[in-house]
Design a protein around this ligand. Structure first.
Ligand code: PEP
Length: 248
């Protein structure tokens, strides 16, 4: 059985006082190192200190595929791991659409993360027009194949996949559990073809308007192994509800 994760993507949100308030209210009943949060890069250190007491692991929303050097504005993987980051979101649809990240860029980041022991959460997903044109499977599996080019794994915990239909991100309109499961099954087949039995154990998260009211239904699907959550991860009570659902 793949491990279940609840991962908060805070995007470019949360002030320092909101972060302190969040962690002061965060009371998690069960925890197996599977509740994760990705704050803004400038808040990573603060969050690592506050999250340790709460038992939450902290990661980045993005990282550079390059070693240290002349890359203004970027974050080196070695610097993120030195701070205590556990993972990095890679290829979020906002990175793809707003910052022009290609599948090739994303693949380089995935390879660099695995090499350096930072767990990449590789995000893939179709746009609304691609879904309406019946292209979902082709788009998602192409992004997955390209993102995983030359990737070799020692074990399943080195990689997480997040299926995030672009039309569901931040819109309040989640995929149905059946729509999510259909795509997660296609992803699972490709992971099995590529990694054999290890591919059956890789966690596949669903992201796109997950909230306390729909999380249980989504997580009841056999191949939905957790959530990558934006808006509903920003408030402690809502994040706790999501984590509780993930522990059932
Ligand atoms: C996301 O940012 O990855 C996301 C899924 O956002 P939201 O939960 O707000 O749709």
């Amino acid at each position: 059985m793949p491990k279940s994760y609840m991962v908060g993507n805070w995007k470019m949100n949360q002030t320092l006082s909101e972060i302190e308030d969040f962690f002061s209210k965060l009371k998690l009943t069960s925890n197996q190192n599977n509740f994760w949060i990705a704050p803004q890069a400038v808040h990573i250190s603060t969050c690592i200190n506050l999250a340790m007491k709460a038992g939450v692991l902290i990661g980045a929303q993005n990282c550079s595929a390059n070693e240290f050097g002349a890359y203004t504005g970027e974050s080196a993987i070695d610097s993120l791991t030195e701070l205590g980051c556990h993972f990095s979101i890679i290829g979020h649809s906002e990175r793809r659409s707003l910052y022009g990240e290609s599948n090739e860029d994303i693949n380089k980041k995935v390879l660099a993360c695995i090499k350096k022991g930072l767990v990449p959460i590789l995000c893939i997903g179709e746009t609304l027009s691609q879904r309406e044109n019946g292209e979902t499977k082709d788009v998602v599996l192409f992004q997955l194949e390209q993102g995983l080019k030359d990737v070799e794994l020692n074990n399943e915990s080195e990689l997480i996949i997040a299926y995030e239909p672009v039309w569901a991100i931040g819109t309040g309109k989640s995929a149905s559990s059946a729509q999510a499961e259909e795509v997660h099954q296609q992803i699972r087949r490709l992971l099995n073809d590529k990694f054999g039995a290890t591919g059956d154990e890789i966690s596949i998260l669903y992201g796109g308007s997950v909230k306390p009211t729909n999380v249980e239904e989504l997580l009841s699907m056999p191949n939905v192994n957790g959530g990558l959550v934006g808006g509903a991860s920003l408030k402690a009570d809502s994040f706790v509800a999501l984590c509780n659902a993930c522990s059932k």
